[in-house]
Structure formats: C-alpha cells, structure tokens
Design a binder for this molecule. Structure first.
Ligand code: BG6
Length: 505
C-alpha cells in the first residue's frame, strides 16, 4: 500500500480517550467558541469515542437545560449549525452539566464524584482537559477547588489545564497568577491560550518563512525598511464595557495577540517544530526587545478613544456612551506603538503595531515594507515609486500578497505597483478550521507549541509596563477619533515623524 505521508496526504490527528471540563460553562466564550469548536471536531471525527464534556458554572441548571442552551449556541455560532440530527444526538449524549460554586465547602466532593462517575461511564482513562474560562476574581477559588479535588495530578491518565485570558492585568498580577498555578500544576500541564496562535494564517507565518527558500534571505535589516502590524476592528466594545474599562486596547490586543504575531515574524528558525524549541525562539525575541523608558513613552506609543461617528454606513455613538463605560473614561480604544529588536537580524528596523475598535473595517495584517533600490534608473514624473511590500493577511480574506513595480504598457517607461496574490479561499477550496478547534485538539494531544509559556507572558508584561505606567499620567493626552476613521490624526503624525505612512488596508 502506498505510504500516505509520501503521497502527500497527512493523516488527521485524532485525540485519545479524554474528557473536557469547562469551568465558566454558561459564559459567552463557551457559547460562541468552545461548544461550536467541540461540535465541529466531532463532526470531523477528530474526537475519540471515549469522550465527554462536563460544563460547570455557578448557574443552577440540569443536563437537559444545558443541552438546550448549547444547542441554541451551536445553531447560532457554529459555521455549519447543528446539521445532521444524529450528530447532535451523539454530541448531546456526551454533554453534562454540574452547578458548582467553588466557595461552597461541598464543591470539591461534588466535582470529584461527578467526574468519577462520568470517567467510568465513558472510559476516558481519567485523562482530563480542564478549561478555566472564568473571571480573574474567581481564579484563586477555582484553583484551590481543583487542588483539593486532587485534579492537579493523577496516578493514571493525564491532566492538563487551559487558562483563558486575561492573564493578569500588569506584570505583578501576571507573576502572581503564574506562581499560583505553578504551585498546583506543573508548567507542562499548563496551556495559556492566545487564540491568535490557532488561526490558520498565523501558523502559516512559520510555513512561509521556514518551508520556502526565497523569503528568508530577505528577512532582515539589510532589505527590510520596517514592519507594520495592524489589528483593526469595526465593532465597538459591544456588551463588554465592564471588562474593557479595566483593559483598554493595549492590554486587550497588543500585550498578547500582537506581540505573539511580532515574535513569529521576528524569531529565528527553531531547531525543530516542537513546543519548547519554537517557544524558546519566540521568548528570545522578547529578550532582545529594547526596553522602553517611561519618559520615552510619548515618542514611542500613542493612545486614543473613539468618539461618535459612523461605521459601515451606520451612525454609532462614542465610547463614553457605551453601556458600563464611565462618561469621563480615559480608557484607550486605539493604541499604536513602535518597537525595536536589538539583535543582529533586526537592529534599527522599527516594528509598528496598531490596534483599535471602531475603525473602518475588520482587518488584521502584517506588512513588511522593503527598502528602496539603491539607485533608481527610471525617471518617474511627479510620483514616487512605491516600495515593495509583502503582506500577510491574517483575516478576513486570508492570504499573502507581494507588491512590486511593473512597467505600465506604453512607449514610455512608467511604473505602477502590481500585486501577486495568494488566497486561502480559492487556492485550497477547503474551510480553515476555527482557532479554537485547533487549540482544543492540540491540548488534547499534549502539544503546547501554539500556547503561551509562562516566561513569555511575564516578559511581554515587562515590556508593556512602562507604557501603562506612563499612561496613568493625565498629562499624556488621550487623542480622539471619530468612529469609522483610521484613528486620530496623531497616529498619522506618529509615522510621519519617521518619514513613513500607515497602510490603509
Ligand atoms: C479578543 C479581545 O481577545 O480578541 C476582543 O478581547 C477582540 O476585544 C478579539 O475583539 C479579536 O479576535 P478576532 O479573532 O475576532 O480577531
């Protein structure tokens, strides 16, 4: 028989017997992401026969009521809805609910008993993936409950724990959180999730760089002028005002997702595609990142908040009028930052990161702008020749474009920028899995490559602290921008000072 690997067909990876136990099971994330992802994994036959899901939360509910709510969530949020009724019946038969309050003395026993019963019933060999999707203020109670239920170690089977963001709100709280979990679990058991790492296009950054010979030789300070990473959203804060007031754009997007993207672009080739090797290289990037001095923050970082305006043709109100937001709020909904990585590959190449809500479109991209030719032979009338760009479009419209100059047809030499495009959608004719599908499956398989390691998280906080500290000072202005614009004029000035421009993706 032909070897499927040689024939270019990768066998899909199916998880072994296990259970997934979700704490915070009546929350938004469970409904929007986790259940649809698990349902999709079952649809693709990527879950084992010996498998069940236990949802646990404070809300009083029985299994039937929980199944009904989750059915509604899957109908609304899964790409393909419920689909085949027998698939749903299969899923529902494996779905259970336990009302639990970690602060009640009986919680430990209740949890232990339920898991023992279900483990026996479903033959999961006591393998467990615990998922903490709970607010930061309940974290300690849940960790203590898991510890006293003996769910941090197992004499047979594995136990892993996924921790949802926010992972702290400053360096001190992130360190305290790491200490708290590491007191109970070992680092190898801890999976700190950053859903950006599960996106297909984000994983493709490593493939583009390390599976092709033509890009890497140009991937350095000799050829690259600068790199821009944009994560723009057209939505506002929706119903998350309470959380967002504590977070702001910088903590919500830059400290985690965008620094992850930056390290994937900037890292050295790892010695192997293995969790520790990849995560070592990413951590080294943060170690080489130039620390920012608090007094330099106004030069290197900028914050702004949206005022009323219009997005996608609809009038929308300003941030301060959103529900659960203070009318005098100083929280930023847009942030931009310039960073340097002081190593041989990147010395003096700026990395510009920006992220904001209520911008004109939802788009995340990484744009590499190359240096101009050393001497230009062509006289261009009036207009400057555009630089070359390599653009990795993370979402939507996933793909990669290379922009370069070409001769415009005619008797004269006139140069226009053209684009060579790769599009995921049309090239593979296959749906890309949702980030949470990939990440949940990886955790069941014990692969932590796409999860954040404790030292990475602490280093990322260390870098952003001077900015957060500086922004406590009311003398550092909070700019404003109308909803539906590409940020405040100050953001353009921020780039113009360096003789550069933001792209308008
Ligand atoms: C989350 C942030 O981590 O990422 C949200 O808390 C943001 O504010 C979201 O909207 C963006 O994720 P995605 O996958 O839609 O780009």
């Amino acid at each position: 028989m032909e070897n499927p690997l040689r024939a270019g067909i990768r066998l899909e990876r199916t998880a072994g017997p296990c259970s997934v136990v979700i704490f915070g099971a009546s929350g938004d994330l469970t409904k929007r992401k986790l259940m649809p992802a698990l349902y999709s994994l079952l649809r693709q036959n990527l879950l084992p026969g010996s498998f069940y899901i236990l949802g646990a939360a404070r809300t009083e509910m029985n299994d039937e009521a929980y199944r009904k709510t989750m059915r509604e969530a899957i109908t609304e949020f899964a790409d393909e809805g419920i689909g085949d009724e027998t698939l749903w019946q299969n899923f529902a038969s494996r779905l259970f609910y336990l009302p639990i309050d970690p602060d009640q003395p009986d919680s430990t026993e209740k949890l232990k008993k339920t898991l023992e019963k279900l483990d026996g019933q479903w033959g999961t060999e006591k393998n467990k993936l615990l998922y903490l999707s709970i607010p930061p203020n309940s974290f300690s109670s849940f960790i203590r409950m898991l510890e006293s239920a003996g769910l941090n170690r197992s004499d047979s089977g594995w136990i892993r724990i996924i921790i949802e963001k926010p992972f702290g709100r400053d360096l001190e709280s992130a360190r305290a959180l790491n200490r708290e979990i590491l007191r109970v679990f070992r680092e190898e058991q801890i999976y700190r999730i950053d859903h950006y790492l599960g996106k297909e296009t984000v994983q493709n950054i490593m493939v583009l760089r390390f599976a092709n010979g033509i890009f890497e030789p140009l991937w350095n300070r000799r050829y690259i002028d600068h790199i821009q990473i944009t994560a723009a959203e057209s939505i506002g804060v929706e119903n998350r005002g309470t959380y967002y007031e504590q977070a702001g754009a910088f903590r919500d997007m830059i400290q985690n997702h965008m620094l992850q993207l930056l390290t994937l672009v900037a890292m050295e080739p790892p010695v192997a595609m293995e969790a520790e090797a990849v995560r070592d290289e990413k951590t080294k990037v943060l170690r080489a990142m130039r620390p920012m001095r608090k007094e330099d923050v106004p030069k290197f970082a900028l914050r702004a908040q949206y005022a009323e305006g219009a997005t996608e043709g609809e009038a929308v109100h300003g941030y301060r009028s959103e529900s659960n937001v203070k009318p005098s709020s100083q929280t930023e909904t847009f942030a931009a930052i310039k960073l340097f990585i002081d190593n041989w590959r990147w010395a003096e190449v700026p990395f510009y990161l920006r992220s904001g809500k209520r911008l004109p479109r939802r788009v995340t991209e990484i744009a590499i702008q190359y240096k101009r030719v050393p001497h230009l032979l062509f006289q261009e009338e009036g207009e400057q020749i555009q630089p070359n760009f390599l653009i990795m479009r993370i979402q939507p419209d996933e793909g990669i474009s290379l922009k370069f100059g070409a001769k415009f047809p005619g008797q004269q030499i006139r140069i226009r920028q053209v684009s060579m495009d790769f599009q995921y959608g049309t090239s593979f004719g296959r749906r890309s899995p949702e980030a949470y599908e990939r990440l949940l499956l990886d955790a069941m398989l014990g692969d932590s490559t796409l999860y954040a390691r404790g030292d990475f998280v602490e280093l990322s906080w260390q870098h952003v602290m001077p900015i957060l500290e500086a922004w406590k000072d009311p003398a550092i202005p909070l700019a404003t921008y109308p909803a539906g614009s590409w940020g405040p004029p100050e953001a353009d000035e921020f780039m113009e000072r360096d003789g550069r421009r933001w792209r308008r993706p």
